[in-house]
Design a protein around this ligand. Structure first.
Ligand SMILES: [Zn+2]
Length: 188
């Protein structure tokens, strides 16, 4: 016995036939409204799901947290995978001015060239530009205001931030990079 049948029986016992058609129409209208509401909800949900899917960026190099932990030192893991910051003046690369390439410590993608490195005096390796396409950018509010975060475009590893107080004679940009995120390869 279906619910619809019980409802119909119940209605029949309560009202006379004249009223029945109006009530049936009302019921049909109610059902229609419920269906419309359901359709609306399903659409909203799939839209919300789509939005959260769009937000999740996938990288060419993807590893689990455990895999990154075996590959990286605790300090490298903290900076690259947890967007941490190394202490100023602690990186041996801060004062490194040898000719060469700076690669991502997580996946070896070339990120910066030595000819674009400059001494910013901040205590972090600084560059006036990145190797285009190999570095990606986002906005973070970790300190309560908007900053341009930068990360490796291949593995998503956090590198540092970009500021607009770089050398005016070149790009005006200061890419403030954690030395532990980088691997330096000297030119032969
Ligand atoms: Zn990388």
């Amino acid at each position: 016995m279906t619910i619809k049948f019980i409802l119909d029986e119940l209605l029949l016992s309560l009202v006379n036939t004249n009223d029945l058609n109006t009530i049936k129409n009302d019921l049909a209208m109610h059902k229609l409204l419920i269906v419309i509401t359901l359709v609306f909800f399903v659409n909203c949900n799939s839209l919300a799901q789509k939005k959260s899917e769009e937000k999740k960026v996938t990288y060419k190099v993807e590893k689990t947290e455990a895999e990154w932990k075996t590959q990286l030192s605790p300090k490298e893991f903290y900076v690259l995978r947890q967007a941490g910051t190394e202490r100023a003046f602690t990186s041996p690369l801060n004062k490194n001015y040898e000719a060469g390439l700076y690669l991502c410590k997580g996946c070896d993608t070339p990120l910066f060239k030595s000819k674009h490195k400059f001494d910013s005096g901040t205590g972090w390796p600084s560059f006036d530009r990145e190797i285009k396409g190999n570095v990606a950018f986002s906005t973070d509010y970790d300190l309560g205001y908007a900053r341009t975060e930068e990360h490796c475009a291949t593995c998503g590893g956090h590198l540092g931030h970009v500021f607009n107080d770089g050398p005016r004679e070149t790009t005006g940009k200061r890419h403030c990079i954690n030395g532990v995120s980088l691997k330096f390869i000297k030119n032969e």
